[in-house]
Write a protein that binds this ligand. Structure first.
Ligand code: F6P
Length: 196
């Protein structure tokens, strides 16, 4: 598409408790973001007489709930699910540091290649996103992707031309829409943050 909108899901129960992964629902703040996001999409499309964009989410409820205020169909991709933290799913960064300092250290040393025991690395995530990227490229219409931290980092880096080693360190804020518009050379970025 000429226009690609990227967003993390709204705040989830586990964002609040600092736990990794899982399939938690949105908090009240997260649900308010869902409404803001739908209003924003209306201001970009419906209010200008244009059709709403295609909406893709992961299969996890926090992204589906975030997109649920936008009218129309959404497509749920398993390949858009958050990085699988394996045995660390449900833990906080602090718990990992205290109970598995080896994991904490190894990840700090090489966050791109570190694979969680029983889970994934960023390199794994980037590979599993390849079919999604192909499908994005084939899509003519504007597209909104509502996914997760590691996923939005990877897709954003691909379009914005950020080298792989930097992907795990990109800041992608909650409650913010990243709008990428392709131009003759490269991409224009606009950021829309919502105070919810
Ligand atoms: O904390 C939210 C979250 O999406 C976790 O589910 C995930 O493990 C993490 O962010 C990914 O970010 P990082 O790679 O910086 O730990």
């Amino acid at each position: 598409p000429r226009c690609l909108y990227l967003s993390r899901h709204g705040e989830s129960e586990w964002n609040r408790s600092g736990q990794l992964g899982g399939d938690p629902p949105l908090t009240t703040r997260g649900r308010i973001y869902s409404i803001r996001l739908a209003e924003f999409m209306a201001s970009e499309f419906t209010n200008k007489g244009k059709d709403l964009p295609l909406v893709w989410t992961s299969q996890l409820q926090r992204t589906r709930q975030t997109a649920s205020s936008i009218p129309g169909m959404t497509i749920c991709w398993r390949a858009l699910n958050e990085i699988d933290a394996g045995m660390c799913e449900g833990m906080t960064y602090k718990q990992i540091e205290q109970t598995r300092p080896d994991i904490h250290e190894a990840r700090k040393r090489d966050k791109l290649r570190f694979r969680y025991p029983g889970g994934e690395s960023y390199v794994d995530v980037i590979h599993r996103l390849e079919p999604v990227i192909l499908e994005i490229e084939r899509t003519q219409e504007p597209l909104l992707i509502v996914a997760h931290n590691a996923i939005i980092r990877s897709i954003f880096a691909y379009y914005y031309g950020i080298e792989q080693s930097k992907v795990p360190h990109i800041d992608i804020d909650l409650h913010t829409v990243y709008k990428l518009t392709t131009q003759a050379y490269g991409c224009k970025l606009e950021k829309f943050s919502f105070d919810v």
